[in-house]
Design a protein around this ligand. Sequence first.
Ligand code: ATP
Ligand code: MG
Length: 326
Amino acid sequence: MNKKRILSGMRPTGKLHIGHYVGALENWISLQHEYDNFHLIADYHVLTTNLNSDSIYQDSIEMLIDWLAAGLDPKISPMFRQSQIKEHAELHLIFSMLATVNRLERNPTVKDQIRDLHIENVSYGHLGYPVLQAADILLYKGDLVPVGEDQVPHIEITREIARKFNNQYGEVFPEPEPKLTAFARLPGLDGDAKMSKSLGNTILLSDDAETIKTKLRKAVTDPLKVRKNDPGRPEVCLVFSYHKKFSPSEILEIETGCRSGALGCVDCKLKCTSNISSFIAPILEKRKYYEEHLDEVKDILTDGENRAQKVAKITIQEVRDKMRLG
Ligand code: ATP
Ligand code: MG
């Protein structure tokens, strides 16, 4: 029996942060043997929030290195750039007739972005972000899309577009399902918003221990725990939410220590620094290897693009046939 297919991507906005890892990449890695996987570098999508394209190629390579360093296997999973497979643009055009402006204006993810980034005049392409994303997913007939929570509304739009196409022209596309991890929305270092490159509140997958220590020193904790021995409330503490992921074997001890006042915030942050850096250490090691073997990274990209191209070509022909475009 054919394996079900995963399609998931990320925008190449530079090096990845731990939110990308715990929200999406971790699932890509853990599911890579069970599914047939395609991983997209969404380079056109970067233009929705930054028109300067000078660093897109370099940023794509950086992100690919992070994917490889974290454990994605290029032999199993093709990794490729959206901009190199022209069928994405073609399917996007067809899908753009199937998505209403009204529906896109109600999309909460773009609304949040407009608010957070203070965008005054949203572009046609930014509003249509989920339509291009639907094309990205459906070109490969993705069944499952492992993403963070902010992306769930986009998968819903993808499902609606698939349904509309199938009803109008005949069955071509599956209706993909989102797949979340246990940490589908990791908060950023400033506490309230999600960890996000554009908000500058990140711990990078490539940060060393010293950098993580400096970043965590400023992280907000329970405002009522003023002195070291004051009792704290882990449920309102940002650092505790990181411990939940990165300190699983010590979590009870940390929680009790915080509540009783035995564990002060400085020591708690040092413990968190140490556990995050031990988690990142093997990824950093592998990153170093790929940084020194850039030709290998570029070959992986070329190979991924050739493999993705073949699938894209077949799907787009199927679409054209159903639409009687020839
Ligand atoms: P950023 O939000 O940092 O600017 P981005 O918007 O450029 O990143 P995306 O391509 O939107 O990057 O995100 C890649 C994947 O990582 C998506 O599945 C997204 O849901 C997930 N993700 C990003 N940030 C977080 C987070 N803080 N917690 C959980 N998942 C996240
Ligand atoms: Mg995002």
